[in-house]
Design a binder for this molecule. Structure first.
Ligand code: 26Q
Length: 828
């Protein structure tokens, strides 16, 4: 794919300058003298939007004219972060815009640069973590690759909570990303949809003797679409991300209002608007809250209506081409309800027979699984379902009945045990709908997100399903967009790469392998490590500003950034920090490189142990950072409010990427890819995509340790006893016992005991103690490697230049080839 040459840039610096000032005056209604930074930022966005909207219109016309097959990516989360830099970079306008702002600064005596304006933008934090950010990377790739695609999600009023740290503890504060308006979104009142909820189902006999089911809902909700343009790199395709906001439907308000119930009508309005109010902050445990189910139905149903409306515009009521034109990808089980909803529309509204409807339906859907954790597999109590979606429950029963009778009974006649495992309905005191089973039955493809994960999905999670449909299961290893995670966020390194291998690497990351050859070239090493150091200097300043902690850019920057979960084992990282601290206390000449441990992580607000781990990291950090005896050899930094825009500052400065989940628990991980791409060495277990990363970069350039998936299984089967490791390792015992004292929480002994207790009395579900010795040895190897500057530079360069596989364009190409079967549509 050729990149745009300078002469293709649609707007020059002087025009852009004028346009920014014009927007400041006419759109923001302010003057150059009075305008705030925020106003200047918005004016800049508005100027860029002129370009974007014209490309958007062209794209939509092109897709319509060619009647293209399109993929619809349904996801409850899109963790977009900030858009300004990304849009400028993808349009090749960053440099022009930078100089435009520079000149304005000089001419008008302003006190900021483009980079300062970009800091004005709040993150669009409409997601929890990996799954939401993956969706954001994927839509970037889809647009870049000129593929017809729409992202569908929820226009949450409040994204993921803002994290504050008070005396070491996480406090959640509301996130109000749109408080002062968002220049990137467009409201589309002409495409409002209405959806129904609750009520009951009536059986009606028609004159011709046919029986039909009629859903009599007791609530109607309006879905208002907000479109975010998704600008592909090179700026030819601009797709959309369509996010639904819930509103009360006038239809119901008026009844109550007319009866004199003005206040009641407001209550109803408030209830309707609650649906898209807030993102659930859990990234794994299923909360079982009715509102969450309503959210899922709300955005899935609005999206399907939108898809069908567009389909009908081209094909009328003839649904024979539906599966040919429409692909729907379910990002985890969150939008599963789309499957029975499409069946309901086909059977009840379009009067298509069940068999025909089902034949279209399963060809349309495919499902991506992101977790093997049993507690994270969504199950909804039948009684809840019945209250919100009575007709859908009937349809699910019918899907289940046919599946069990026609498929399972045919394969395993009379085997009730297998039937009970495969049934969409889980029997028990509270009967439940198993969303994952519904997904597998209602989709033509099911994929995991890394090789090992997909193997476990097939063999351990759905073994019987994969016997029935062996070809249904496949793998698509995750990827991340190098436009955001290298080109935009590590501009110096990007420049070095462009000088070295040319300017096509952002769309063909394998191109960087040409620079792998330079991994031992002293001049290249010097340039590369200079850039890393500059990034560390910048991060050190951010750390000082945010936490008051002083860190040296000459120390190792050792980074673990990801949601807090016991399986990700931040507590294992903490145990090692304690051990290292103890070694230095015991031997002031202990040989080591200065080491800064950097954490960034939010805990689910109701996940007590996760919050305790954050507290422990902060308390241990306070003690270590302020202990003069260790002379600053160790620093522990917990960066508050980890989010996409902070990741963009931390990742380019990382030396070590900690990816230390218990083998078999991390589906893929994606920070591992971003960190490696930016030249960090992975200190990791053989889990998720770490395995594939180590394959690409070579085992010698990363440090892999710990139990394998099979060893984890074997140890658990044999009966794991954490006490054996406690008594078997003097150092481990000492650091665990340390947590019982008041050493880290003066005057309040036992405040950190919960960490020790969960690892011993609690059984250490994630085998942190079993992996401790190997982890400690792995750290020794990393430290040794860092001491050899040439070896380290070599490993960092090899890591960064061999990550071609983890470009999300490759992931999308895999989806296209194996699942979606899409054609590109080049927008002229
Ligand atoms: C479910 C029910 C109720 C409320 C919330 C949820 C919920 C929300 C978000 C459940 C799970 C999530 C997010 C999961 C997630 O981010 N998984 C990660 O997905 C990444 C992309 O595939 C992988 O790289 C990670 O390994 C995986 O943990």
């Amino acid at each position: 794919m050729p990149t745009k040459k300078k002469e293709d840039i649609a707007i020059d610096k002087d025009t852009l300058k004028k346009e920014i000032v014009r927007q400041l005056n006419v759109t923001l209604g302010t003057s150059e003298k009075k305008a705030s930074r925020q106003a200047w930022w918005k004016a800049t966005c508005a100027a860029v939007n002129e370009q974007i909207f014209s490309l958007l219109t062209k794209t939509q016309q092109s897709h319509y004219k060619n009647d293209t097959r399109a993929v619809h990516y349904l996801s409850a989360e899109f963790l977009m972060g900030r858009l300004t830099v990304n849009n400028l970079v993808n349009l090749h306008l960053y440099d022009v815009c930078e100089s435009a702002v520079k000149e304005l600064k000089k001419e008008l005596g302003l006190d900021f640069e483009l980079s300062d304006l970009c800091e004005e933008e709040p993150d669009m934090a409409l997601g929890n973590g990996g799954l939401g950010r993956l969706a954001a990377c994927f839509i970037d790739s889809l647009a870049t690759m000129n593929l017809p695609a729409v992202g569908y999600g929820i226009h949450y009023e409040h994204g993921l909570f803002r994290q504050e740290i008070h005396d070491g503890r996480q406090i959640e504060r509301p996130d109000s990303w749109r408080e002062y308006g968002n220049p990137w979104e467009i409201c589309r009142p002409e495409s409002v949809q209405e959806i129904q909820l609750g009520g009951f189902v009536e059986t009606v006999f028609e004159e011709n003797g046919y029986m039909k089911k009629v859903w009599r809902p007791n609530q109607v909700i309006k879905g208002v679409p907000w479109d975010i343009p998704v600008v592909g790199y090179n700026g030819s395709t601009v797709n959309i991300l369509r996010l639904w906001e819930s509103r009360a439907s006038e239809f119901f308000d008026w009844d109550v209002f007319n009866a004199g119930g003005y206040v009641d009508s407001q209550t109803e309005k408030a209830q309707a608007e609650t649906i898209s109010k807030v993102l659930y902050p859990n990234d794994s445990t299923e909360a079982g809250k009715i509102l969450r189910l309503v959210q899922q139905y709300f955005f899935s149903a609005c999206s399907l209506k939108d898809i069908i409306r567009r389909y009908k515009r081209a094909h009328g009521n003839d649904f024979s081409k539906f599966a040919e034109k429409i692909a729907v990808q379910l990002n985890d089980t969150h939008p599963t309800i789309a499957i029975p909803e499409l069946m309901r529309i086909f059977v009840d509204e379009e009067r298509i027979d069940w068999e025909k409807a089902w034949d279209i339906c399963y060809k349309v859907f495919s499902y991506t699984n992101h977790t093997l954790l049993p507690e994270a597999l969504e199950k909804w109590p039948v009684y809840l379902f019945e209250r919100v979606l009575p007709r859908h429950l009937e349809i699910i029963y019918e899907i289940n009945r046919r599946f069990l009778e026609d498929v399972v009974d045919a394969k395993w006649p009379g085997n009730d045990w297998i039937k009970s495992r495969l049934s969409i309905i889980e029997e028990g005191e509270v009967r439940k709908v198993r969303m994952a089973n519904l997904c597998v039955i209602g989709s033509h493809k099911v994929n995991g997100v890394a090789e090992i994960h997909s193997k476990l999905v097939k063999e351990d999670l759905f073994p019987e399903f994969s016997q029935i449909w062996p070809d249904k299961f496949c793998n698509v290893t995750n990827g991340v967009t190098p436009r955001r995670w290298l080109l935009a966020s590590n501009r110096e390194l990007a420049k070095l790469y462009t000088e070295t291998v040319g300017d096509t690497w952002p769309v063909n990351l394998d191109k960087l392998r040409e620079a792998t050859k330079l991994a031992d070239d002293p001049d290249f090493q010097k340039k590369f490590m200079k850039i890393k150091r500059n990034n560390k200097v910048k991060l050190a300043e951010v750390i000082r500003k945010e936490t008051g902690i002083e860190v040296s850019p000459d120390a190792i920057f050792d980074v673990q950034v990801k949601r807090l979960h016991e399986y990700k084992r931040q507590q294992l990282n903490l145990l090692y920090i304690l051990a290292l601290y103890r070694r230095v206390l015991q031997d002031p000449d202990y040989k080591m490189n200065d080491h800064v441990f950097i954490f960034g992580s939010k805990a689910a607000p109701a996940y007590t142990m996760a919050k305790n781990i954050i507290y422990a990291i902060n308390k241990v950090g306070d003690r270590i950072n302020n202990d003069p005896r260790i002379k600053g050899k160790i620093k522990v930094v917990f960066m508050p409010n980890y989010r996409v825009s902070l990741a963009e500052k931390i990742i380019p400065a990382a030396d070590i990427s900690q990816q230390i989940s218990t083998a078999g628990y991390e589906a893929s991980g994606t920070s591992n890819m971003k960190l490696s791409m930016n030249g960090a060495i992975t200190l990791g277990t053989l889990d998720g995509a770490n395995i594939e990363i180590a394959e690409e970069a070579g085992k010698d350039n990363n440090v892999i340790f710990g139990l394998t998936v099979d060893e984890v299984k074997a140890l658990k089967a044999k009966g794991y006893n954490p006490w054996d490791y406690y008594y078997g390792n003097e150092e481990l015992k000492a650091v665990l016992d340390w947590l019982d004292s008041d050493y880290f929480t003066p005057g309040r002994p036992g405040e950190l005991s919960c960490i020790k207790n969960s690892l011993l009395g609690g059984g250490d579900t994630y085998l942190a103690l079993a992996d401790f010795a190997a982890y400690s040895e792995a750290h020794r190897k990393v430290d040794e490697m860092y001491s050899n500057k040439k070896k380290w530079a070599h490993a960092a360069i090899v890591n960064s230049t061999t990550m071609g596989k983890f470009n999300s364009d490759r992931s999308i190409q895999d989806y296209v080839d194996q699942i979606w079967k899409l054609d590109t549509c080049v927008v002229k």
